[in-house]
Write a protein that binds this ligand. Structure first.
Ligand SMILES: Cc1cc2nc3c(=O)[nH]c(=O)nc-3n(C[C@H](O)[C@H](O)[C@H](O)COP(=O)(O)O)c2cc1C
Length: 420
């Protein structure tokens, strides 16, 4: 029995039941998502820092223009005036999504991961623009993540694609699901799929650094399936977090899950947006290098490698050009921590490290925040070592096909020197 014995049914279509999760900022690149789509599965792109991503990909200058517009605020703690230009935001989102969608060649789908915690100093308006522009540009589906704003559906309910685009949510407890569903029922627009993300996932977590070990993905999936059955709701459930082999995936599919969402194994794919040297850090990671900490200004715990350069940041907040985590009153806990650390700085110390939170906008944009799933230390089982001691990077197709066809927890890694 392998994953290929199963199919995900979504809106009258069948997919290979493998979903590559969204990984911002541009770790789950268009190329990575398109590999899954070409093989009949589902790939996510992410709209985290989309204007910055467009500048990198298309040579636009959204970030430098914004930075120039707000240059006089660089030494000002009050960032409340720093607004995103909504037209430019829509333009960037459409450009990025159209670019990706125009390259579809397979029978799979491309979804977009929209994190609601990217509050962008105007949470409702910016989220609405991001979701509507993605739909205008033809995205197949939107996965609402990190924040799960109960108003999200209301924001887009007037859009002509509201009922045809696939809409999914990420939850880590049945409680969060039942609250969201109450609102969705009122709009007569239930989610088309539910990603159940357990405590072993990468990125932001729905569990605290102290208690994540008391939960298991299996238990939350079982509870979610039972809840949906009780409520007579037939919505595909997609577990995520720690699913490392095809056999792990089959175990969930046999329990009644409709697909699995995976990410950590794809961080080291050649198509992943992480720089090659960072992929080598992921491959060399040991279990003791991984921690769940509270350095993210979002307030959500995050799993990352302890060696992440972002944990040593002492830089001035970079909100003039970026500012994706400013809340609706222009605040971000990194700004507070930066000025507090600056004021209590010991002048004798040559290095200045901000205590508390980190500048995640800059950290993610520079690939300095090495977020990863709990299984990151197992990545070395999936790649071959080259004579110079570095790791050979598998292609997304290698990893996808291994998930699809693997049995008995076997992992088929590409032979050293041979690249697909
Ligand atoms: C490097 C990395 C970045 C991630 N970034 C995001 C993100 O931007 N938004 C999100 O909803 N989930 C994010 N995640 C979570 C994944 O989409 C996925 O649900 C989860 O990591 C799956 O578990 P696995 O990594 O153990 O396979 C990220 C995961 C990783 C490894």
């Amino acid at each position: 029995m392998n994953v290929n014995n199963f199919r995900l049914k979504l809106g009258g279509k069948e997919f290979v039941p493998i979903v590559i999760g969204g990984m911002g900022v541009n770790i789950s690149t268009s190329e990575l998502a398109l590999s899954a789509e070409r093989l009949g599965g589902i790939g996510h792109i992410s709209d985290a820092e989309v204007m910055f991503v467009c500048d990198q990909m298309f040579g636009t200058s959204y970030v430098s223009e914004k930075r120039q517009r707000y240059a006089s605020f660089v030494n000002n703690r009050d960032k409340s005036a720093l607004q995103f230009d909504l037209e430019q935001l829509a333009e960037a989102q459409k450009r990025y999504v159209s670019h990706t969608m125009s390259q579809k060649t397979g029978n799979g789908a491309i979804f977009m991961n929209c994190m609601e915690k990217l509050t962008m100093n105007n949470s409702a308006a910016t989220l609405k623009v991001r979701m509507e522009a993605a739909m205008d540009a033809g995205i197949d589906g939107i996965t609402l993540a990190a924040g799960l704003n109960l108003r999200s559906l209301d924001l887009i309910c007037e859009h002509e694609r509201f009922r045809d685009v696939k809409l999914g949510i990420i939850i880590s407890s049945v409680r969060a699901l039942s609250i969201f569903l109450k609102r969705a029922v009122r709009l007569q627009r239930l989610p088309d799929y539910i990603v159940v993300e357990g405590p072993l996932a990468g990125g932001h977590l729905g569990f605290s650094p102290d208690d994540w070990q008391s939960y298991t993905l299996q238990a939350i999936v079982t509870e979610t399936l039972a809840f949906l059955k009780k409520e007579n709701l037939d919505i595909p459930v997609i577990p995520a977090g720690g699913i490392f082999t095809g056999t792990d995936a089959v175990e969930f599919l046999q329990m009644g899950a409709s697909a699995v969402q995976v990410a950590t194994r794809f961080t080291i794919a050649r198509e992943s947006g992480l720089p090659d040297e960072v992929k080598q850090h992921y491959l060399n990671a040991r279990q003791e290098d991984v921690e769940v900490n509270l350095s993210s200004p979002t307030g959500y715990p995050m799993r990352m490698l302890k060696q992440s350069p972002t944990l040593q940041y002492g830089m001035k907040p970079n909100c003039e050009g970026l500012g994706y985590l400013l809340d609706n009153s222009g605040k971000c806990s990194y700004i507070e921590d930066y000025y507090q650390s600056l004021e209590s700085r010991n002048p004798a110390e040559s290095r200045f490290v901000v205590k508390g939170h980190t500048c995640l906008c800059t950290g993610m944009a520079r690939y300095d925040c090495w977020t990863c799933g709990h299984t990151v230390s197992r990545l070395k089982e999936t790649a071959s070592r080259l004579p110079d001691g570095s790791w050979q990077l598998p292609s997304a197709e290698d990893i996808f096909m291994d998930y699809l066809l693997s049995e008995n927890h076997s992992i088929r890694k590409p032979e050293a020197g041979k690249q697909r």
